[in-house]
Ligand binder design. Sequence first.
Ligand code: ADP
Length: 160
Amino acid sequence: MRRALCPGSFDPVTNGHLDIIGRAADLYDQVVVAVFVNQSKSSMFSVEERHQMLVDETARWPNVRIDTFHGLVVDYCRAHDIPVIVKGLRAVSDFDYELQMAQMNRGLAGVDTLFMPTNPEYSFLASSLVKEIAKWGGDVSSLVPPDVLTRLKGRAGTPD
Ligand code: ADP
């Protein structure tokens, strides 16, 4: 079975994430989407909420599974027998950091990284931007699924 991992913060999941997850689901037998738990990074949604949003939004792909993890991505890959990480590349600005990570992960554990060019529709889209716009009442309805939009509206005006 060919397995791939899509790791990230997903705070919250956006249409850009879902585009990459869906395309990965077409290429691999199983795709594991893992929510990275980072205690030092403040988030708008709890790990449980981020996990639930991903479960709901990926229900259309039967070969996608959602999990959470902390620590090194390559340790997660090793423990779950996953040989490849799939990452979306939005712009050249993503490339430097992603290339460094990919080379490090291959060196550390032989885990390869597949880069997928983002759908141009979403090349400017990041969770951080969505949160910032939503916080000030801006319209992000074309950037996130309807249920995520509802949750974002519930948080609008609340401090970090
Ligand atoms: P963000 O940068 O939005 O806070 P995450 O850490 O949750 O993102 O993102 C996890 C991964 O999802 C990123 O490393 C990237 O590969 C991919 N990704 C995020 N946003 C997009 C997008 N708009 N288009 C394509 N891929 C994306």
